[in-house]
Structures are given as structure tokens and as C-alpha cells.
Design a protein around this ligand. Structure first.
Ligand code: NAD
Ligand code: UD1
Length: 337
């Protein structure tokens, strides 16, 4: 199979490229490098022994996308490209709608003109209505999101569903990711956000390194096991393998379907801190602070649909997620030393 990965040099795209290449597929990465580096292409080759194709380009550039489709002739697209910072999307909604929704429309037009009709989309658990109880099930209502970022995910899912209804030759799989963390065990690829991280695990990693003084635990009085927020953390290599399974499904089914990619298990902020302490071998200081605005006490996936339709379940636990995250951090520190 030939897969075109938009946003393919990013965090999840690069790990998916590894999983697809290792399963014997051909891969082309298409990315404008807004939030990633071309160095990732070499790292993927070093891990797999196979060189993925790479084309620098923006998904909003329809002519460039068409050029990519006509030269590579993919069997399917995995569409990771997008802006993803929730807070930034509140400050810059126009940029988010333009890039994520506008970019997807341009890409779909290029696909239609060049005859590619299969797409896997990077959606998010953020599409679920906040009032739904966990586990989140794909059939639950999706009405509105709490940020422009989340709204772009809902709108793109809607566009794909409408297109599949109107033109029966399309196949769309909307993968709703929960909280991806960790890195490839080689330490050669992973997630390295700029500035002070918003997300928990990159923040904990920096505290573990001594680059930040302590973890700010947002809320210790939630109605959860230990009072801290509970999420469904999933190892990025499990997520990557979920895409390989979804690709097989997408090649053999028509229409549109949302599928959760999560473990089905919730872990608290303190669970993460303690698992990371094991990984790095020393204590990680933390302070319980006020709740962060907009956070939910607890959410996790129902992983049943992914199991029954894709034959996929997440295999890796918190220990492996934190070990691989820490290993990647040490590679980064080695590079900058
Ligand atoms: P990332 O920022 O590491 O990767 C996204 C890639 O897309 C980057 O390499 C960036 O340069 C590229 N890109 C952005 N806009 C582009 C454009 N207009 N044209 C071409 N390339 C463009 O992010 P990620 O964590 O790998 O996320 C991938 C996808 O998964 C995103 O759509 C994100 O919204 C979604 N998602 C991520 C998470 C998460 O926690 N990481 C959770 C749910 C959903
Ligand atoms: C956030 C995004 C979600 C996105 C996901 C990517 C919001 C509202 N949601 O989810 O759309 O898909 O990131 O992984 O931003 N926490 C701390 N201290 C910190 C950081 C986080 O205690 O410094 C806590 C949070 O309160 C939460 C948990 O850790 O309970 C996870 O937070 P985070 O990693 O930011 O992910 P989400 O908020 O679940």
C-alpha cells in the first residue's frame, strides 16, 4: 500500500510512518514544517532502514497537493496536518479555521481531481460533548466544542460525513485520539514542544530533567480516586499501529466512521508522576494548585469499536510510555549538550 501522510514529519505522523514502513508499505510525507523538522525524515530512515518520500508543501496549496497526488499516486491519505494548540486557537481562531478546515477542503479537492478517495483523519476526544459520562462511545452526541481547535475537528468530521453521503465512492475513518504520549523506543523521534509545555507529560519530563522546578498539579479535589484529573493516556506507538489497522479497514470499506483510539483505562496526574519517577529513577517534585479552567475531572475511551472493527487494542502501559518519553528526553539533552 502507498500512504500519503500530511503532517507526516510531526509527532504522531512520524511514528505512524515508522509503523507503516515496518509493515512493508510505501510512505510519502507531506508537511510545511511549521511545527516539525526535515531531520525527522532521516530519523525515520535510521529506525526502519527504509527511506520515506518527503515533499515540503502546505495542504492549503491545492496545486502543490495535486502535484504530490499525481507523482506519488497514493492508495490512501492519513491526514495529520493541522494546528493543535487549544489555548492558541482561542486567541487565533481565523488561523485555526483557515489552516485546519480550509486546508482540509483544499486537500479534498485535490484528492477528488486526482482520483484518491480514501482518507484517515486525525480527530480528537475533544469532539465529545463535555457532559457525556466516560467511557466515551462513538455513538454519543457531538454538538459543539469548548475551543476553536475542537470546533475545527467537529467541522472536518461533518464535512467528511456529508461528502461520504453525497458521493458513495469515498472512504473516511475519523480516528478520535485520546491523550497520546511517549516516543519511539529508539529515542530518535518524539515530541519536543517549544516553550513551556501545556500538556502534562512534556511538563513532567522537564521537571524530571531539572529544567522546571516542580509539576503544577491542576486540581486535587476532583471526584476521582486521588483527587487529580483522570485521562486515557496512550503510547504513541500504539496509536501509530492503530493507524496501520485503520488503513486496512479504509481500503476495504466505503462511507464514514468515527473510531476511538484509546486504551479504555484512565490514569490520574499522580499516577503519571509516579510512573515517571520510576522511569527516571528519582523523585519528581509537585504542588497541588487550583483547577485549570476548562478541564474535566475524568474522561477515557471505550475501545470496543477499534477492537471489533480494526482488530486493534493498545498494548503498552504507563510504565512503557514514561520510560520511552524519558529515553527521548535524554537523547534531546545529549544533542543539545
Ligand atoms: P504536530 O504539530 O507534531 O504535527 C502536525 C504536523 O502538521 C506538523 O509537522 C506541522 O508542521 C504540519 N502542518 C500544520 N499545518 C500544516 C499545513 N497547513 N500544511 C502542511 N503541514 C502542516 O502534531 P501531532 O501531535 O502529531 O498531531 C497530529 C494531528 O493529530 C493533528 O491534526 C492534531 O490536531 C491531532 N491530534 C493530536 C493530539 C495530540 O495530543 N498530539 C490529540 C488529538 C488529535
Ligand atoms: C489537552 C487538550 C486536548 C488535546 C490534548 C492533547 C485541552 C482542554 N484539551 O487535553 O484537546 O487533544 O491536550 O494531549 O487543552 N495537568 C496538570 N498539570 C499540567 C498539565 C496538565 O495537572 O501542567 C493535568 C490536567 O489538568 C489534566 C491532565 O493533566 O487533568 C492532562 O492534561 P493535558 O496533558 O493538558 O491534556 P488534556 O487537557 O486532557
Amino acid at each position: 500500500m502507498k500512504a500519503l501522510l500530511t503532517g507526516g514529519t510531526g509527532f504522531i505522523g512520524s511514528h505512524t510512518a515508522v509503523a507503516l514502513l515496518e509493515a512493508g508499505n510505501e510512505v510519502m510525507l507531506y508537511d510545511n514544517l511549521y511545527n516539525s523538522s526535515e531531520r525527522v525524515v532521516g530519523a525515520i530512515e535510521e529506525i526502519t532502514g527504509k527511506k520515506p518520500g518527503f515533499m515540503k508543501g502546505d495542504i492549503r496549496d491545492e496545486a502543490r497537493m495535486k502535484e504530490c497526488f499525481t507523482t506519488f499516486k497514493p492508495d490512501l491519505v492519513i491526514h495529520f496536518a493541522g494546528l493543535k494548540a487549544v489555548g492558541e486557537s482561542v486567541a487565533k481562531p481565523l488561523e485555526y479555521y483557515d489552516n485546519n478546515v480550509g486546508g482540509t477542503l483544499a486537500m479534498l479537492r485535490a484528492m477528488r481531481e486526482t482520483g484518491c478517495r480514501r482518507l484517515i483523519f486525525s480527530s480528537s476526544a475533544t469532539v465529545y460533548d463535555l457532559h457525556n459520562p466516560s467511557p466515551y462511545i462513538e455513538g454519543m452526541p457531538v454538538t459543539h466544542a469548548t475551543s476553536p481547535y475542537g470546533e475545527t475537528k467537529i467541522q472536518i468530521e461533518t464535512i467528511l460525513r456529508d461528502l461520504a453521503k453525497a458521493e458513495s465512492d469515498w472512504s473516511f475513518v475519523n480516528l478520535r485520539y485520546f491523550n497520546p504520549i511517549g516516543a519511539h523506543p529508539s529515542g530518535l523521534i518524539g515530541e519536543d514542544p517549544n516553550g513551556i509545555p501545556n500538556n502534562l507529560v512534556p511538563y513532567v519530563a522537564r521537571v524530571a530533567h531539572g529544567r522546571l522546578p516542580f509539576v503544577r498539579v491542576f486540581g486535587g479535589d476532583y471526584p476521582t480516586r486521588d483527587g487529580t484529573g483522570v485521562r486515557d493516556y496512550i503510547h504513541v506507538m500504539d496509536l501509530a499501529e492503530g493507524h496501520a489497522a485503520a488503513a486496512n479497514y479504509c481500503l476495504t470499506h466505503k462511507g464514514e466512521i468515527p473510531i476511538n483510539l484509546g486504551t479504555g483505562r484512565g490514569s490520574s496526574v499522580l499516577d503519571i508522576i509516579h510512573a515517571y519517577e520510576k522511569a527516571c529513577g528519582h523523585e519528581i517534585p509537585y504542588k497541588i494548585m487550583d483547577r485549570r479552567a476548562g478541564d474535566l475531572p475524568s474522561f477515557f475511551a471505550s475501545a470496543d469499536r477499534a477492537k471489533s472493527l480494526l482488530g486493534w487494542t493498545a498494548k503498552r502501559g504507563l510504565e512503557e510510555m514514561c520510560r520511552d518519553s524519558w529515553n527521548f528526553e535524554q537523547h534531546l539533552a545529549g544533542k543539545s549538550a
